[in-house]
Ligand binder design. Structure first.
Ligand SMILES: Cc1cc2nc3c(=O)[nH]c(=O)nc-3n(C[C@H](O)[C@H](O)[C@H](O)COP(=O)(O)O)c2cc1C
Length: 347
């Protein structure tokens, strides 16, 4: 199968591949820019930039400045090529401010999930930015479409459908995750197409979850998707932002090491069963202070660990204290490799 370029709003990439926004600092400027250079959609994850521990009184300014710098660095690295965008989780307390940074820095697209991105069109205003909500089925999509059309007369420019086998936070109840066939990418696509028909929305629909090869992309096209978003497979790219020791944790993991725990974000999260997770599952509570409240949905007095601190530990290669978010198929990751090597398989 010869892949066609993926067009979203006025953007176009040679390959139908969006690199997933992956925090903390996995999907940084270097990874996103290299994906753009190779012909995909490059995505910076907005969560977790800045010296959050040392800037307690200036948290919002600090993280916004860092995000702006990261966007500028990525633009420099890909020589202002497109499409370069940002992933912003709705659960972040700085959601609005991060959207404003994206508008100011003129990113090409915003991907937004981990909650319903209902006010996104309002925060973006007239800026020429493609808006791409992430949904886990027809119900969430319908809520977004109804709100966006009624309040802002705006439709999404593409829709990402995250299936039950995705990495990171999951928009499904535990019972659904125990029966993934009930919410497979095929089932979810049917639901979403029905809702799109009802609201007269015609835009690319992108599949996410357990996609890591040309064959998987072809399967998604056969199901009726227009493109794919890939997360886990890009974690161990040479260009991804985390320490090599952490990349090796992923390379050495097997699918039996993958578990789901309840995240401080308030959603189930799929992770590797590393020492931090073993401690949390055994009922222990990690010591931490939280002066900055990065998540609207987190209650620091109640959660067993600080997810920002844990993900920063992954970034710095502190394996004992890191949280290793992953998709079901961590075995797709076999080596530390240059991003170009993957895109060369798509010609
Ligand atoms: C390490 C990691 C970090 C992630 N961080 C984010 C994030 O910051 N925001 C978000 O919306 N999704 C995040 N996700 C979910 C991805 O965007 C993506 O949808 C998912 O990884 C796709 O499934 P796959 O990993 O099986 O390819 C993350 C996933 C992983 C594995």
């Amino acid at each position: 199968m010869k892949f066609k370029p993926l067009k979203i709003r006025n953007l176009e990439a040679k390959y139908p591949v969006i690199q997933a926004g992956m925090g903390v600092r996995v999907g940084n400027a270097t990874l996103a820019a290299e994906v753009v250079n190779c012909g995909g959609y490059g995505t910076i994850a907005s969560v977790g930039f800045g010296r959050i521990e040392t800037s307690m009184s200036k948290y919002v300014g600090e993280v916004c400045d860092y995000l702006a710098r990261e966007i500028r660095e990525a633009k420099q690295l890909c020589e202002n090529k497109q499409p370069l965008g940002v992933n912003i989780m709705v659960a972040l307390s700085t959601y609005k401010e991060f959207v404003e940074v994206c508008v100011k820095e003129k990113v090409d697209f915003i991907i937004s999930g981990a909650g319903l991105p209902l006010p996104l069109p309002e925060y973006v205003g007239d800026a020429d930015i493609a808006l791409i909500p992430v949904v886990s089925g027809g119900r969430a999509l319908e809520v977004i479409l109804r709100c966006w059309l009624r309040k802002y007369n705006r439709k999404p420019d593409a829709i990402i459908v995250e299936g039950p086998n995705c990495g990171g936070h999951l928009g499904f109840a535990m019972e659904q995750l125990d029966d993934p066939d009930s919410c497979s990418l095929e089932v979810l696509l049917k639901e979403c197409r029905e809702v799109m028909g009802k609201y007269n929305v015609d835009c690319p629909v992108i599949a996410a979850g357990e996609i890591s090869s040309r064959e998987h992309i072809e399967e998604m096209f056969k199901l009726g998707y227009d493109g794919v978003q890939i997360g886990t497979y890009f974690i161990t790219a040479e260009e991804s932002g985390i320490d090599r020791k952490s990349k090796e944790v992923f390379v050495n993991a097997t699918n039996d090491d993958v578990v789901i725990i309840k995240s401080p974000v308030g959603l189930p999260v799929r992770v590797l069963n590393t020492p931090l997770v073993q401690r949390v599952l055994a009922g222990s509570r990690e010591e931490f202070k939280c002066p900055y409240r990065c998540l609207r949905t987190c209650n620091p007095a109640k959660v067993p660990f600080c997810i920002a601190k844990a993900l920063l530990s992954t970034w710095s290669g502190d394996v004992d204290n890191g949280l290793y978010m992953t998709g079901c198929d961590v075995e797709c990751v076999k080596e530390i490799y240059p991003v170009k090597q993957f895109f060369d398989t798509l010609d």
